[in-house]
Design a protein around this ligand. Structure first.
Ligand code: PLP
Length: 463
């Protein structure tokens, strides 16, 4: 290579949007420009991003939840550097690496119940694909049950158990024998399980779309029903896991022992793609039942040295820095701050979540003028009100957040687990300021609303 990557970045700085417009997803560029999120980030550390103007942003998005230990954590960086500099023999394939054995040992030590085997992959979706295949093979049944609004990924198998139609439309036919049930509805689940054709029920302990927290007995009862009907209970902890909710695995809040637990995202510290399945030995042994079947499921890059080393370092950081307890403590404090606002602001309906997986839901209030303003926005794009919060949070307060799904008037926070009390105060001040402004119908925030509604309508007409 004639130039260093850093020289290349310097030479071409400022071109990211035009390059993406030309060669990658131009619609993403349009979205960012429309909502004013088009910044040039030049550095990142812990929970903060820095742009080329020297401004600091608090990242409550964490790359969709991968930066649980914060960005560029020095311990994870050191582990990756060590692996590169040691010239280790990775991906020999006709070999079994020590690093993957060590990571499997540590990963399995974190999971609840009797999950004695690990399977590694390259993404959350790949972990889901593996779970579907393993469940079908081990039970010799075809059916997979999933929940309304579930998100388990976008590859064809995982899309087949995705409970959001917008992601599915036009990509069919998807996998047969998949069955959708409402999240929280045990009777519906039991009706489907009673067919005895069901291999597994896959569920997020807290749904990422909407941040839906289940009733106290839902998950344990669902697991019991699965067992009673010979189906496997699969906990998709790809977003909720690795300390996010104030327990290492969210399922621990309800004392549930799954038959398979799926992880990805934060498990490798945000540097190297990873996916992981922890599963019962009986299920694993059914699939990998003979030497001929040793390579029956896998993926070329899974168990690669960088992912495994990053995983080991990440688990160590989480333990050493007490990040699970921090997520529980600071998460509860933020939820308390936000809940205290619900009675003061008419558009705020509910604050919910566990640990550092949080949501604010908005709804039209009783006052006629406020209701009419809401309706106008909603008719342009359902849930658009949430953008009236995320956009000024970003532009005015330099807080990066997201809406909790298509069509939802729900703002979602998914911060790194190492945020501190000054970050908590930053969030409380900013949210208070922005939501106070939404009360002033006709004010600057509603001008923004009109602009966004116009853009949404124009985009709809173009389609
Ligand atoms: C609960 C859940 N499962 C699966 C996935 C898919 O993971 P990936 O994007 O790594 O394929 C996601 C991603 O957001 C997720 O939140």
């Amino acid at each position: 290579m004639s130039r260093s990557i850093l020289d290349l970045l310097k030479e071409r700085s400022g071109e990211s949007f035009s390059l993406h417009e030309q060669y990658l997803n131009a619609q993403m560029v349009r979205v960012l420009k429309t909502i004013g999120f088009d910044r040039q980030y030049v550095r990142a550390m812990g929970p903060y991003l820095y742009d080329d103007q020297g401004d600091r942003y608090l990242d409550l998005l964490s790359g969709f939840g991968v930066f649980a230990v914060g960005r560029n954590h020095p311990t994870v960086v050191r582990a990756l550097r060590e692996v590169m500099e040691a010239e280790l023999p990775g991906l020999v394939q006709m070999d079994v690496s020590l690093l993957s054995g060590l990571f499997a040992e540590r990963f399995l030590a974190t999971v609840p119940g009797a999950l004695e085997k690990a399977f590694f992959a390259n993404s959350g979706s790949e972990a889901v694909e593996a779970a579907i295949k393993f469940a079908r093979y081990a039970t010799a049944r075809p059916g997979i049950v999933y929940c309304d609004h579930a998100f388990h990924g976008l590859t064809l198998g995982s899309l087949s158990v995705n409970g959001e139609d917008i992601f599915r439309e036009g990509f069919g036919p998807l996998l047969p024998d998949t069955h959708r049930v409402p999240f929280g509805d045990l009777e519906a689940l039991e009706r489907v399980l009673a067919s005895h054709e069901i291999a597994a029920f896959i569920v997020e302990p807290i749904q990422g779309h909407g941040v839906n927290v289940p009733d106290a007995s839902y998950l344990s009862e669902a697991a019991r029903l699965c067992r009673a009907h010979g189906a496997l209970f699969v906990a998709d902890e790809i977003q909720t896991g690795v300390g996010r909710t104030g327990r290492f695995w969210a399922i621990e809040h309800w004392g549930v022992e799954p038959d398979m637990l799926l992880a990805a995202k934060a498990l490798s510290g945000g540097f190297v793609p990873i996916g992981a399945v922890a599963l019962r030995k009986s299920v694993f042994d059914a699939v990998f039942s003979s030497m001929v079947r040793a390579p029956i499921h896998g993926s070329t890059f899974s168990k690669n040295n960088l992912a495994m080393a990053a995983g080991i370092a990440t688990l160590e950081v989480i333990e050493q820095e007490n990040l699970v307890a921090n997520a529980a403590k600071i998460g509860e404090a933020i939820l308390d701050d936000l809940r205290a606002m619900v009675d003061r602001y008419s558009f705020m309906k509910e604050v919910r979540g566990l640990g550092l997986m949080q949501a604010i839901e908005f709804a039209p209030p009783d006052r006629l003028k406020h209701r009419a303003a809401w309706k106008l926005l909603d008719s342009a794009q359902k849930g658009l009100f949430a953008q009236l919060v995320t956009v000024p949070l970003f532009k005015r307060h330099h807080i990066l957040s997201q809406t909790a799904g298509h069509d939802l008037a729900v703002v979602k926070f998914l911060p790194p687990l190492n945020i501190d009390d000054s970050d908590r105060q930053w969030i409380a001040r900013a949210v208070d300021d922005v939501i106070a402004d939404t009360e002033k119908v006709g004010g600057a925030i509603w001008d923004l609303g009109r602009n966004l509604a116009g853009a949404a309508l124009r985009s709809r007409t173009r389609r």
